[in-house]
Design a protein around this ligand. Structure first.
Ligand code: NAG
Ligand code: NAG
Ligand code: NAG
Length: 281
């Protein structure tokens, strides 16, 4: 009789073990692969332009048409950047969408779908809207400004957690974002992802991301990156910070937001830069 409880437990042991092992598998699938299968729709910024003297229902229709066109390009041609334009009753709409390159095409599409729903929070009579997520960027305007790199709208969102016990954190973050500023405009595709260890920090790493919109010029990308870089002064010891603009995006985080094998080798771009700016004998 006394043995029944123990026998019960013994019978259940394989189950407990299996449950534990199964959960461990799920956990490691999520954490080790990190950012696999996550469209990263954490909101950075929604902005809506002023309302104009335009017919909201027509504007809605054109917006729908351009969004459908953007979605088709992402889905059917596996693109991570797309533009679309349409005109109705002489109202033009120019829409642009960009994913961070580390997202899979499926995640990119999911990020688009969330953005396409939420950008409709802007009034139908708004002249435009811009929506920045960690994983993607959607904007539409009633003028053709695909090549505009920067607007006074730009800003930074600092994380609300600071790290005080790592003396080398701020200097490492500064180094990381300086490198993003140098390399991003010089790399074809205007995209950089880096991982940099923080010295004397018990294994802390800085994950950095620099990206410009494909349709800006190299000089425009540089201008945008320089402005983004300047914003970071206010948050060099946070766990995370993101600077956005109409032509670029710059971010660092102490938490991985892309996989280790998705980093970009930027060393030759930094060397080139050092060489060209070295005017000594
Ligand atoms: C990167 O690593 C993941 C597993 O962490 C793997 O599934 C993927 O194929 C790797 N990608 C490349 C390009 O090596
Ligand atoms: C635009 O698309 C949204 C969502 O798909 C839909 O609810 C709305 O009726 C559409 N509007 C027009 C004018 O087609
Ligand atoms: C859009 O509006 C919905 C409903 O009010 C809200 O839940 C959602 O968070 C809004 N999206 C953004 C990006 O502000």
């Amino acid at each position: 009789m006394k043995n029944t409880a123990r026998q019960n437990l013994q019978q259940k042991r394989p189950f407990f073990f299996f449950a534990f092992f199964f959960n461990f598998m799920i956990w490691s699938w999520w954490t080790l692969d990190g950012v696999v299968s996550d469209p990263q729709t954490n909101l950075v910024k929604l902005w809506c332009d002023n309302e104009g003297d335009i017919d909201g229902s027509i504007m809605k229709e054109i917006l729908n048409e351009t969004l459908r066109e953007l979605r088709a390009q992402i889905k059917d041609r596996s693109k991570r950047f797309a533009t679309a334009q349409a005109v109705k009753s002489s109202i033009p709409v120019y829409a642009l969408f960009q994913c961070r390159n580390y997202l899979s095409v499926a995640d990119c599409l999911s990020c688009f779908d969330v953005a396409a729903v939420n950008i409709r929070n802007c009034s139908a009579r708004a002249y435009g809207g811009r929506l920045v997520y960690d994983g993607c960027f959607l904007r539409y305007e009633s003028s053709q400004i695909f090549d505009w790199a920067s607007e006074s709208w730009n800003n930074i969102v600092c994380g609300n957690q600071t790290i005080k016990d790592s003396p080398d954190l701020a200097s490492t973050v500064q180094q990381v974002i300086n490198n993003l500023d140098i390399a991003t405009p010089r790399i074809p595709g205007f995209y950089v992802a880096t991982k940099t260890p923080v010295p004397n920090s018990n294994g802390l790493n800085i994950y950095g991301l620099g990206q410009c919109v494909d349709t800006v010029s190299q000089a425009g990308c540089q201008t945008c990156m320089d402005i983004a870089l300047a914003h970071f002064k206010t948050c060099l010891t946070n766990t995370d910070a993101k600077s956005y603009d109409i032509g670029c995006f710059m971010r660092y985080s102490t938490t991985a937001f892309f996989a280790d094998n998705q980093t970009t080798d930027i060393s030759r771009f930094l060397l080139k830069h050092a060489g060209s700016s070295n005017k000594g004998p």
